[in-house]
Ligand binder design. Structure first.
Ligand code: C5P
Length: 219
């Protein structure tokens, strides 16, 4: 049995995680936050004292991640790390090890397994291009770097006229560059993906657009 997949890719802070989770909830499907797997690998490395230069050792940790996803919480070795994996340090390390081919290979089947028992909405950078090339619907969700930085600042309670805001914007631009320019599975819109620019859309409007597109392709 092959279950349908909706793949949602896009740059950091484009809102794809929130949108993907809401679409999954509406359809009664599973949700995969693929970025969390790279973040978990990064956290596990720091806990085990493995450096990013040791590609084989990092890939080995990725293969054997003792992780459990449960109602929005994420447990590594039994500890809830949902908050910890969002730190700036882990974000940067995740982005660094995501450029390692053996790490990406180690996480590939793990991601595909999420679609084994029910429909799946998956978000990331290469969901449509690499992990689920046969997805029934592919979305590339983006927004300008300025708007994405403003959204992140709002979440963190940072005012827009501060140097802290400039730092958030520059971190977002740096991660975009890294994700777009890496040799393996770079962030890019799949040829058959729909582009949604959410710069001037609310979350509700974006979710409605994705569901609309799904109803059209499902017919
Ligand atoms: O999506 P999120 O920001 O949580 O992802 C963290 C990092 O993991 C990204 O900066 C990116 O480098 C990497 N990633 C990836 N492929 C994915 C998902 C995330 O390379 N499918």
């Amino acid at each position: 049995m092959v279950y349908p997949v909706i793949a949602i890719d896009g740059p950091s802070a484009s809102g794809k995680g929130t949108v993907a989770a809401r679409v999954a909830e509406t359809l009664g499907w599973a949700y995969l936050d693929s970025g969390a797997l790279y973040r978990l690998t990064a956290l596990y490395m720091t806990q085990q004292g493995v450096s990013p230069e040791k590609e084989d050792a990092v890939a080995d940790l990725a293969t054997h991640l003792p992780v459990m996803f449960h109602h929005g919480d994420i447990f590594l070795n039994g500890n809830n790390v949902a908050g910890k994996i969002r730190s700036e340090e882990i974000s940067l390390l995740a982005s660094q090890i995501a450029a390692l081919p053996k790490v990406r290979a180690a996480l590939l089947q793990r991601q595909r397994d999420f679609a084994k028992s029910q429909g799946l909405v998956a978000d990331g950078r290469d969901m449509a291009t690499v992990v689920f090339p046969n997805a029934v619907l592919k979305i590339f969700l983006t927004a300008t770097a300025q708007i994405r930085a403003e959204r992140r600042a709002k979440q963190l309670g940072v005012a827009l006229d501060t140097s802290e805001f400039q730092q958030i914007l520059s971190d977002i631009e740096q991660r975009d560059e890294k994700d777009k320019n890496r040799a393996i599975a770079p962030l890019k819109q799949a040829e058959d993906a729909y582009l949604i620019d959410s710069s001037h859309l609310t979350i509700d409007e974006t979710v409605a657009k994705v569901l609309d597109l799904y109803r059209q392709v499902e017919k």
